[in-house]
Design a protein around this ligand. Sequence first.
Ligand SMILES: Cc1cc2nc3c(=O)[nH]c(=O)nc-3n(C[C@H](O)[C@H](O)[C@H](O)COP(=O)(O)OP(=O)(O)OC[C@H]3O[C@@H](n4cnc5c(N)ncnc54)[C@H](O)[C@@H]3O)c2cc1C
Length: 461
Amino acid sequence: MKIAVENSNDMNDWVIIGGGYRGIIGAYILSEYNLPVTLIDSQNYLGGVLYSKLWNGLFLDNGCHLFDNTNDDASSIAHNILNGEVLPVDVKYRSITNETRSDGISVPDYSKLPDQMQHKVLHEIITAASEPEKQPDTLADLFQLRYGKTIASLLYEPCDKMYGLTPNLIDPDAYGSSLFKRLKATTDRSGRLLKQIPTLDERLAIRTSDPLEFYAKTSTKYPYRNFYPKTHGMRGFCDDALAYLLHNGVNVLLNKPIDNIKYENHKSTITFATGDQLTPSNILWCQDIDKLETILLGTTQLSNLIHNTPMIIFYYACRTDQINDYTYIHDFSSQSLIFRASTPGIYGNQHLDNAYTYVCIEVPSNIDSDLWVNPETYFENIWGEAVSIGLVEGSLPPYMNCTRVPVSYRVPKLGFTVKKHEVIDQIHNYASNILFSSKNVFAKDQIVHQLRILLGEHLEH
Ligand SMILES: Cc1cc2nc3c(=O)[nH]c(=O)nc-3n(C[C@H](O)[C@H](O)[C@H](O)COP(=O)(O)OP(=O)(O)OC[C@H]3O[C@@H](n4cnc5c(N)ncnc54)[C@H](O)[C@@H]3O)c2cc1C
């Protein structure tokens, strides 16, 4: 590992703090500009949430992670890092809404409501889509402005299940990283017609036999909608990213927790826990903005406005023939514990002795619950639910594992947006050389898009 701390007098040098997907992409883009870049992470690996743990020969992902081929730029970067070693994934979804199952769709499905209610829902969405835009105060308001009153009230249940917080208590800033940006609310046939109107297209989901149908203009290079690293699960991507960035001249410093950042004479001085320092001309902050606030300004205005959702990830090493034909299943019903269940062992082609592979199950929790305190006592229960939603079949396998993730989703509470703008102003007034990528963009392809714009605009000035 290259661990050389070098100062540069070049005004174009960059330090990126946070080596998750954001930091990796930031380093990739800046190295394309041939700028001197140092990428720092407090862990001894790159990838953050993408770094799979190794368990008895299986690389266990932290939940369901795939690459979406929705635009050529984001897909090309992932392909370049992975040196083309990808597995195309023909994703098979199921979603469960109010205990009703819908195959071929991952979002909540309100097209199967009783006739009268379903007509009402559709009418409300069409009306909402024709109204002028208004600023919502809460996520619940945003849902109502977007989908009308009925859907807004129906979304309380899945939102509460996913985050442990109802949408009336959540800031609208959460919308960008939510799973509720489109919904199924009518038949595929009617939906296809309605989607010709742009404001309805952005609200309605339909099933399609061609997964690239809606991305034909932006995704021209690769003939599949999703892909995944050929080896070692998502850790394959993390390890390849480290090798790629080092090869392209990025200075990668791992195991380097930061103690503080001070700004003086147009430069920021980063002090590490070990006492050594870096003084770059520019910083790209690739973690949560509340952490930047604390490290730079010493205040906690934003972290007090964030709800952390704890999650337990259950893993079962089971026989390949116990797994049904789904890539992932979202269960939005409050009656069950499982929120999302996926089959990375299958789409990542991980098979031990040609018989055993694994499934991964995300169960949001809360810190006071018995589930959080004693997750091992829930192995049988969760497996039973996985059978009942159709992910797997047969009896409980002998090999099980679980990981407690104290912070999975970080949900902004009411008042976050207003405070965020104030804090951003304070940061800019204090240190003008720190850029940050907003966390209200969540999916990998959107992160690439956001960083391209952020860094592109900055470098052109
Ligand atoms: C369960 C789950 C499933 C998902 N599935 C998908 C999917 O299928 N498709 C998709 O497009 N997106 C998916 N996403 C979203 C996407 O993967 C994430 O938004 C993205 O990986 C987050 O990257 P990040 O760099 O912002 O954060 P992180 O991965 O959290 O990385 C932050 C990094 O900062 C480092 N760090 C923390 N503190 C310090 C410090 N003081 N100094 C230095 N470094 C520090 C951490 O070690 C970490 O490496 C999923 C997200 C989750 C949680």
